[in-house]
Design a protein around this ligand. Structure first.
Ligand code: FAD
Ligand code: NAP
Length: 468
């Protein structure tokens, strides 16, 4: 019986329920001539990956993309199975028995490192920890951050750095109008931070943040946004590039930074300061962070034509009570699955997982999203990325490259129930979702998120008990 026929439906396991997982599910379920059943697993009881645990709480419109994912989840051939972790509850060998194909969509959970002395001194954190903490991710629920000092330094010039800086500056009434975690709302409402300094290792023309995010800061009427006019005098390489290769996004950012550099101080007691062409060389402090020593950089053109930063001899210490590294997320290896430690991604050819020893595709194994291409790109970027992967899978189905026989779905149900007694279905999630909104409404907030897995599972058990 060919795989994908009525009597031998293509059984696909998707590991991870972030944007790439949902777009992969949508595309494979949309194949008219292939009979498909999709099982999507997530280590958390809640779906949606970084849309729930990454996107800033004051950006609710962006989170509304989950409506699209809700619709995908309504497909009768789709099953969500939350609270099931690949690598512990479910292993690589299990997938081979029960599924014709697996698509790894696990994102990038860790942070890149700076590799400088005292990087892990108390007070120095990865942005992913702070972001997860304020978004009520169970992984970060028990972390604490000390915002009793005046100064925070954020290393990195991407949109995550902008999110971190902005969230630190939001006043309590604005924070409480968001779905920020209850614990984070309490802690941040007491926050004494007066200055957030954002450090770029290259110049303003190479900043990775986008115009919209910069404009959001620039338009706030309760903070000063400070740019040193000297930083806006571009070096000859950047000047050459801006003249020779117009780029609307970059030019808008440069114009706005220039405008900010000329803006007189408005006398607010809280400010965000941009510093360019500086790299941290060490974290300063004995028992906890007191500053960051930075070196001044200059730009040079690398072999590939890209402008790179190179250290000069000029150093200074920037005072800091807290330091966040917002220099990019990083993928983590999955047991039994190839991993490239240099790129921190699963090696692949247009989504087909490649065995690094043979250079050949591993039949029936695919990858999409951040763990496929690295931790870059917005939510929408994952759609064409997942489509490319699914096209490869469809090609392999048509060419009959997948294993033919897998154990039937009811056998998998029994196996999974033995491995994990509390699998969370999409209906379960919708119940938790409704409780979050309900609890939020009682407090005059849009939602109060569950931040602990045990509370989510207890809520579901209580519902089941009440139903008899
Ligand atoms: C702080 C931050 C803010 C962002 N804000 C925006 C924004 O405002 N707008 C925008 O367009 N883009 C934004 N992005 C980018 C966007 O979130 C990503 O492009 C997108 O989430 C990547 O999707 P993904 O599916 O590859 O990974 P993820 O969204 O990370 O999803 C991966 C999923 O896999 C699960 N998983 C991991 N390991 C396992 C395992 N072993 N077993 C089972 N499940 C597992 C995780 O729990 C998670 O649900 C932001 C990113 C960050 C980091
Ligand atoms: N509102 C939104 O739409 C939104 C919000 C958050 C995130 N996102 C998206 O999510 C993706 C990830 O964002 P991100 O901010 O994590 O990554 P990013 O956009 O890749 O930015 C990373 C920044 O860190 C810098 N960096 C890297 N290594 C460094 C080092 N060793 N020392 C100093 N600086 C270093 C990079 O500088 P170089 O350029 O010099 O390498 C860059 O400025 C992006 O595509 C982003 O647009 C979107």
């Amino acid at each position: 019986m060919p795989v994908g026929s009525t009597r031998n439906p293509l059984r696909v396991a998707i590991i991870g329920s972030g944007p790439s997982g949902f777009y992969a599910a949508e595309h494979i379920l949309g194949q008219d001539d292939i009979n498909v059943q999709v099982d999507m697993f997530d280590r958390l009881p809640t779906p949606f990956g970084l849309v729930r645990a990454g996107v800033a709480p004051d950006h609710p419109k962006i989170k509304s993309v989950t409506r699209v994912y809700d619709k995908i989840a309504q497909n009768p051939d789709f099953r969500f199975r939350g609270n099931v972790e690949f690598g512990t509850d479910l292993e690589y060998e299990d997938l081979l028995e029960y599924f014709h194909a697996v698509i790894f969509c696990v994102g990038a959970r860790s942070d890149r490192r700076l590799g400088i002395p005292r990087e892990y001194l108390p007070g120095s954190h990865g942005a992913s920890d702070f972001v997860g903490w304020y978004n009520a991710s169970p992984d970060q629920r028990n972390l604490t951050f000390d915002f009793s000092g005046d100064n925070v330094v954020v290393v990195g010039n991407g949109n995550v750095a902008m999110d971190v800086a902005r969230v630190l500056m939001l006043p309590p009434d604005e924070l409480s109008a968001t779905d920020i975690g209850g614990h984070a709302l309490r802690a941040l409402s007491q926050n004494k931070v007066r200055q957030v300094t954002i450090l770029g290792r290259r110049g303003p023309a190479q900043a990775a943040f986008t115009y919209r995010e910069l404009k959001e800061l620039a338009d706030r009427d309760d903070i000063d946004v400070v740019v040193d006019p000297a930083d806006m005098v571009l070096d000859p390489h950047s000047l050459h590039d801006t003249e020779q290769a117009p780029d609307r996004g970059r030019d808008q950012v440069l114009d706005l930074l220039r405008e900010l550099s000329e803006r007189p101080s408005r006398g607010h007691d809280r400010r965000i300061a941009f510093r360019f062409l500086v790299s941290p060389v060490e974290i300063v402090g004995k028992d906890r962070v007191t500053g960051v020593e930075v070196v001044r950089n200059e730009l040079y053109r690398g072999n590939n034509g890209e402008l790179r930063a190179r250290a000069t001899d000029e150093r200074e210490v920037i005072p800091a009570d807290v330091v966040f590294r917002a220099i990019g997320y990083q993928g983590v290896a999955l047991p039994g699955v190839p991993f490239d430690p240099i790129t921190a991604t699963i090696p692949n050819d247009r989504g087909r997982v490649i065995d690094p020893l043979t250079g050949q595709a591993r039949p029936g194994e695919y990858v999409a999203g951040w763990i496929k291409r690295g931790p870059n790109g917005i939510i929408g970027t994952n759609k064409p990325d997942a489509q490319e992967t699914v096209e490869a899978l469809v090609e392999d189905v048509r060419d009959q490259r997948l294993r033919r026989e897998v154990l039937p779905a009811p056998v998998f149900e029994r196996f999974l129930a033995e491995r994990q007694g509390e699998v969370v279905s999409f209906d379960d999630w919708k119940y938790l979702d409704a409780r979050e909104v309900e609890k939020g409404e009682e407090l005059g907030r849009p939602r109060l998120k569950f931040a602990r897995v045990e509370n989510m599972l207890r809520t579901l058990r209580d519902r089941d008990k009440a139903a008899g």
